[in-house]
Design a protein around this ligand. Structure first.
Ligand SMILES: O=C(O)CCC(=O)C(=O)O
Ligand SMILES: [Fe+2]
Length: 353
């Protein structure tokens, strides 16, 4: 959140829809498209590993390289069932939409569940909240495969980096890359998701369909069902013709998807779904992260470096070596121009939305 962003809490979903001027499209058409997607064979799965995978193997073979699915990383997490969640969080407000000005739009969880169970929307509201209630933070543990978290050096200036995701079937996330070359893990505790993942080398205009279909068709594609039904087959065809390896697969309950930095991904909840996701920087993506972070957010980068200098000499020296190698110029914090920290946070945050 920054100063210009506001949070609005709504009494019920009708108020939220009125605020957003939500226009329902022909729901039947989306039901049909969704059912067709459920019937599709999706067979391009990353390799599936058990949770006896060693950290050393994960780091050398997969981290920052290729997507993988790891089973059972949530085995000692407690109380991830619908009854418990509804009972315990019914009075909490969660962000389930964001408006054009970046304001967070929130519903009370009991209202949201009511909506969730009854909606026929073509693009249902999806809880995507980076402000996880304290009790819920205690309901999960960062899996042992992701021990490093260099962005923690930003302390209270750290932008949001972990989210609770809860949505009915048909909700989901449009195609995107996570910001600043951060990698992510995403663990489904309830339900199922379909994913597509394309490597960083695929051009944005292909991925987003701009070079594949006409502008007027594209204009209406603002939801995961359309993305999966209309654009994904074309992007896959493009990749096949170029021999580019991509992934299209189902993530089941208790499976964690590892998303390497720079990889494109879109997600469709094919069952009512709850997941936890966290983004991170570690040794494997440090170099790419540092280049991207400096380019796109110099103010926060300076703060990061100052904090690292005080707390981790070894990491600091590695970053200085990267500055030298890539000719990255660091302004001192005092030299700061008007580029306020708030702006930087907004910039970072917006890339997740
Ligand atoms: O499960 C999802 O909807 C995808 C979440 C995601 O991609 C993200 O948090 O960046
Ligand atoms: Fe993402």
């Amino acid at each position: 959140m920054n100063q210009s962003q506001k949070q609005f809490e709504f009494k019920n979903v009708d108020e939220l829809k009125a605020f957003l001027k939500y226009q329902q499209r022909s729901a039947n058409q989306y039901k049909l498209r969704f059912n067709d997607l459920l019937l599709e064979k999706v067979e391009e799965s990353p390799i599936k590993l058990d949770s006896d995978l060693s950290l050393a193997d994960f780091q050398t073979l997969y981290d920052s390289k290729v997507p993988v699915i790891i089973k059972g990383l949530d085995k000692d997490w407690e109380n991830w069932d619908w009854d418990y969640l509804i009972q315990n969080y019914k009075e909490c407000y969660f962000r389930c939409a964001i408006d054009d000005d970046g304001n967070y739009l929130k519903l009370r969880f009991d209202q949201y569940i009511h909506y969730f169970q009854n909606n026929t929307d073509y693009n249902p509201f999806y809880i995507f909240d980076g402000d996880i209630p304290q009790n819920m933070l205690n309901q999960y543990k960062i899996p042992y495969l992701f021990p490093q978290d260099y962005l923690a050096y930003l302390k209270q200036r750290r932008p949001q980096y972990r989210w609770i995701l809860c949505g009915p079937k048909q909700s989901g996330s449009m195609i995107h890359i996570d910001p600043y070359e951060t990698s992510a893990w995403n663990c489904v505790v309830l339900g199922k998701k379909r994913w597509v993942m394309f490597p960083p080398s695929v051009d944005k205009n292909i991925i987003k369909g701009k070079s594949l279909i006409s502008k007027d068709v594209l204009e209406n594609i603002n939801n995961p069902i359309d993305y999966f039904s209309i654009i994904v087959p074309l992007v896959k065809k493009h990749c096949d013709s170029q021999n580019i390896k991509y992934y299209d697969f189902i993530q089941s309950e208790h499976e964690t998807v590892y998303v390497p930095n720079g990889w494109w991904h879109a997600v469709l909840n094919i069952e009512d779904c709850v997941a936890v996701t966290q983004n991170y920087v570690c040794d494997q993506n440090l170099e790419k992260f540092w280049i991207a972070f400096n380019k796109e957010n110099p103010t926060l980068s300076q703060q990061f470096l100052t904090n690292v200098q005080q707390e981790n000499e070894e990491l600091y020296n590695r970053i200085l070596a990267l500055n030298e190698k890539f000719n990255i110029q660091i302004k001192s914090l005092q030299q700061n121009d008007n580029n306020s920290e708030q702006d930087s946070l907004e910039e970072f945050q917006n890339q997740f939305d």
